[in-house]
Design a protein around this ligand. Structure first.
Ligand code: BEZ
Length: 193
């Protein structure tokens, strides 16, 4: 698979067939939105877990030194908190470009905090994509993230902002919080030496 998934996303889904289009964000979209939307709510997708297993060559790293960003990994009995936005079609041109480094859109059921269910498009970077880095020990992931930076800023700030946003919404994500804790330890070690 090429690094640029924009054309594949366009070809895979005819958005004209959908009247209300929702997009589910499980990363920076929880705390920062860079597009217009019609409505927003919070909810969960079931059977997936958030993981820092995707390489970032264009946002939190560089082609020479990729960072680690989020994807979703199928995980039975888990649920992933996020934010959904009702949007117009043109927003997907923007998001497809922003998430072109390996993410494909999937239509997935979202359970809103109201209990209602909707279908939303979710950007997932699957193991087959060329930028995928995969599982690693959470300390090793933290060490990697600590050293990475790219056009969107320091990789570690992405983790800190996400962890703060999850806490604000009373959400616990052991993977994110373990990496955040390991990063804070690295900050202390680097301050001492
Ligand atoms: C987000 O929630 O910001 C997001 C995460 C991965 C891919 C696309 C969007």
């Amino acid at each position: 698979m090429s690094f640029d998934t924009q054309a594949i996303n366009k070809q895979r889904q005819d958005l004209d067939e959908l009247t209300d289009i929702w997009v589910f964000g499980y990363g920076s979209l929880i705390y920062k939105v860079d597009f217009d939307y019609l409505e927003s709510q919070y909810g969960y997708i079931h059977g997936y877990a958030r993981r820092f297993w995707q390489g970032s060559h264009d946002h939190r790293g560089t082609p020479e030194s990729p960072g680690r960003v989020l994807t979703l990994s199928p995980k039975k009995d888990e649920k992933c908190f996020g934010r959904v936005f009702k949007v117009t079609h043109d927003v997907f041109d923007h998001l497809d470009h922003r998430e072109k480094n390996g993410y494909l859109r999937e239509l997935i059921d979202v359970e809103l905090t109201s209990g209602e269910h909707i279908q939303a498009l979710v950007y997932i970077a699957a193991p087959e994509n060329a930028a995928y880095l995969g599982a690693a020990d959470e300390h090793a992931i933290a060490q990697h993230i600590f050293n990475a930076k790219g056009p969107s800023g320091r990789n570690r700030d992405y983790v800190y902002q996400l962890a703060a946003a999850l806490r604000k919404h009373q959400q616990v994500d052991p993977h994110v919080f373990a990496i955040e804790a390991a990063l804070r330890q690295l900050e202390q070690i680097h301050q001492i030496y």
